[in-house]
Design a protein around this ligand. Sequence first.
Ligand SMILES: [Mg+2]
Length: 409
Amino acid sequence: MSASQPPETNGAPAADVPTLLVKIFGKDRPGITAGLFDTLAAFSVDVVDIEQVVTRGRIVLCALVTEPAGVSEGELRATVHGWAESLKLQAEIISGTGDNRPRGVGRSHVTVLGNPLTSESAAAIAARITETGGNIDRIFRLAKYPVTAVEFAVSGAETEALRTALATQAAALGVDVAVMASGLGRRAQRLVVMDVDSTLIQDEVIELFAAHAGCEEQVAEVTAAAMRGELDFEQSLHARVALLAGLDASVIEKVRGEVRLTPGARTLIRTLKRLGYQVGVVSGGFTQVTDDLKERLGLDFAQANTLEIVDGKLTGRVTGEIVDRAGKARLLRRFAAEAGLPLNQTVAIGDGANDLDMLNAAGLGVAFNAKPVVREAAHTAVNVPFLDTVLYLLGITREEVEAADALDS
Ligand SMILES: [Mg+2]
């Protein structure tokens, strides 16, 4: 090894070198961190690690430092305690050796959404993490509104094993849990592709059209038959669109005006766009509505089926490539290729069985207020009716969202 190369420990103290853990606890106020390190500076110690949290106005500040050079440890202890007492803080100084224990192989981020988050849920989630061999390294709150969201940084467990163990537990507790592997991919730019009906919007677009054609009941019957497995998606699409034959094309404008966005949809899209993410929609519904949504919401991609219009009337047919279950997954791949991103940097969000291929093809598949069959097959599920909670799964905090909004207003 040449002299310019760092030692194997990367500058951290070797396991047998004495170190001091200094822990400060008490009422938070400006200047505590500066004050502690000012006090320690008199002893020429080096900082190995610092962790600090403030919860409801109370600070816990931990500093791991090398032992003092040239003076006794007792002198350092007396000085730090004296400083802490002058500020009515509690100090604890623990002698030991080396740095933090190396973290176990396998790192994951576990996001828990609760509305509310009960202590029973927190206990059960933590217990399952431990049983899977994981150690909780850090916990912090991502959001208190519209749900309570906390993130656990876990090491020492396989991401897939954690996901399986926690998915079962989450369903039993009625909380939403997302498990994602840590790493640079988590910070990379991404493509988010959403289903439209009952995901981006609260409505089913075909039903809005059916209401204008006076055939809501027949459309509902076909939908029910498809759900019973008597018709596949394409058959049910053709059967339902056929019921719209003869409808004046002017209803398209009315239906566009009737579409209700899901709460949090605008916040989700606005925040993703600010982060430089690309956002798209794929729908088994119709381009006559999704193109309008693309325009209104500033989306990068939109694809759906197209209602055929001849002489100002709907013909009851669709034209072009059919967007069905396989089509949605194909479009996710196409959008990713156009965005220049690998599939593992994609996030897909959907509620229906026809979203499953897309959810499974994506790096992260989120079942959004989905039917049990979809929920069970997806990587993760969100069962609160706020689309912006998906941001928390990506590690974005409510505070960051609000700070960005405030800058723009
Ligand atoms: Mg849907």
